[in-house]
Design a protein. Structure first.
Length: 289
């Protein structure tokens, strides 16, 4: 990960005491510089650009901006719109309303079925899009994210979702952690049915077609070069299966095991590794394939 090579500051556009405190805590937790809004009380506009007069320091690449309602990541050097995790947005709700295993191959890959509650660890949660779908469709999902910046956005998004939909409290949790360390420490009783792994895709030369969130994520965290080690430990800890998301034409994560099942979509692919025949088969789980 390359968080450390990118200069980021926390900035608050809010005059509310509680939000200023949230911003200060965030800066402390992530060891980032903290700036209050300018005295003339300008609010943060739709974009931070090099010409915006109220940017406290032009040397920062990104700002984590604490507004009255959310935490946003704003880029200082590009015209990207701020990035935040807003699961209540219409785009998420629309995706949810259309979701079925034919349309959302992730559901098939993970094995989501009505009246079946699977425990899932999303080992590479990022902005939580995949985790959201799994959690709202009945899985108990624990998200792990090792970038402190991304984890802050995710935590903010999940907290706001749970405040509006407390029924999801038991379905959706999160932690700022490295998945390899986290999974290594799991006891047998704590192992989930499914571990979901979606490492940063191998770098593509042309960035056209890659969504801006992914471009920013890549700029922040770089390529995930320890995906072989992550798959290795995931295969030891998942009771039923490990699902790896790849871009459609990318090679499988190399290691000494090929996927048991591959589900190919338009732009991405899910490599499914069954762990039932391995150490966890004694749990008597029904065969999945
Ligand atoms: C491609 S993004 C995941 C996108 C996510 N599936 C979504 O739907 O929004 C990959 C993320 O995994 C995180 N990551 C990679 N390896 C990790 C690890 N070992 N532990 C925790 N997070 C990891 C990266 O920091 C990055 O944010």
């Amino acid at each position: 990960m390359i968080d450390n090579l990118i200069s980021i500051a926390v900035y608050t556009a809010s005059s509310r005491e509680d939000r200023i405190l949230t911003a200060k805590h965030l800066a402390q937790k992530l060891h980032l510089p903290f700036f209050l809004s300018m005295p003339n009380n300008l609010s943060v506009g739709p974009f931070l650009t090099k010409t915006a007069g109220y940017i406290p320091n032009q040397d920062f690449h990104y700002f984590l901006v604490v507004t009255d309602h959310r935490i946003e990541l704003q880029a200082n050097h590009t015209r990207f719109k701020p990035i935040s995790v807003d699961f209540l947005d219409s785009a998420y709700q629309k995706r949810l309303s259309l979701a079925n295993p034919h349309h959302e191959l992730i559901l098939k890959a993970v094995g989501v079925k009505p009246n079946l509650t699977l425990s899932v660890i999303d080992a590479t949660a990022g902005l939580g899009e995949d985790a959201f779908l799994l959690a709202t469709l009945g899985c108990q999902v624990h998200c792990l994210e090792r970038s402190g910046i991304i984890a802050a956005l995710l935590e903010d998004g999940i907290s706001r979702l749970l405040a509006m939909q407390p029924n999801l409290n038991t379905q959706f949790s999160w932690e700022h952690a490295d998945a390899i360390d986290y999974l290594t420490q799991l006891t047998e009783a704590q192992c989930p049915h499914v571990i979901y792994v979606d490492p940063m895709f191998p770098h593509r030369r042309k960035s056209a077609g890659i969504r801006k969130e992914m471009q920013v994520l890549r700029a922040l965290v770089g390529d995930d070069q320890d995906d072989v080690a992550l798959l290795f430990i995931a295969l030891q800890k998942a009771k039923q299966r490990v699902v790896v998301k790849r871009s459609r034409l990318a090679p499988a994560i190399s290691g000494n095991r090929a996927p048991d099942w591959v589900i190919v979509g338009k732009s991405s692919r899910f490599d499914v590794y069954s762990t039932l025949s391995h150490s966890h088969s004694k749990h008597g789980m029904a065969a999945l394939f």
